[in-house]
Design a protein around this ligand. Sequence first.
Ligand code: PDD
Length: 285
Amino acid sequence: MNIVYLNGEFMPVEQAKISPLDRGFLFGDGIYEVIPFYFGKMVGFTAHIDRMINGLAAIGINFDWDHAKWRELCEQLAKKNGGQALGLYLHISRGADNKRFHGYPENVQPTIFAMAFAIPIPEQPDKSTRKGYALKSIEDLRWQRCHIKSTALLGNVLHFQEGQNANCQEVLLYNEKHELTEASASNIYIVKNGVVITPPLDHQILAGITRKLALDILQKDKTIDVEERIVTLTEAQHADEIWISSSSKEIAPITILDGNPVGSGKVGDVWQQAATLYSQHKFDY
Ligand code: PDD
């Protein structure tokens, strides 16, 4: 699995070369997406491309591919790389200037890069065998534009590594008011008395596509109540369940927060129900 796309051509990754003056390299000046692809089908393709187009507009990169053009690239990339479960990574930087200058350059072509990487094949959700992740809570010290899916991920990388250093798979980020934002590469949910609660969309979090699909699926199904509202760290510490979601992990249960069991310390019933609904309906999007 090493065929990548760079500026109009597919090639083995070893042959893909970009200028060191590329603004993606110098400044992290770009937008990216990760689209899950399972057994020949993408999940949430339209929503992923919509988010990418909005991100490009938000940072003033003019690039006019429509959904059909992106779909063709994704399908070819998946085909050339094979595999049953792939993350399709799309990356557009502002391009390579002939000097290092912070302001947007004129007449520079964006750099388009895409690659595929293996992601876990989702298993049938089963709370009796599923292992929960551990989270470490940390104050969110990233920037004020976390809604933009920027390739400048140093803030996320530093937080993720803090989790790794504490033997945790992810972190639970909270703002200066001790309100949850998200995780370093995932969105966050708590469950209390059967109700799923997740922080509302604003500049503090990425509008995750897995989150969008999961909320839509749960709201249509109507058997689980869902609230989008501020969630405090104290509420998370007293939650019955905690979950995270992302394109590569889908909805994943958390059983340990800061070394303490979440609820009973076991993967919960509401997760079982929600993950099952997600696995049944994700290809509707
Ligand atoms: N991460 N929040 C952050 C900060 C993220 O980086 C991600 C995704 C999410 C979940 O978004 P989605 O459901 O659209 O994947 C939330 C990707 C997968 C990554 O950086 O690899």
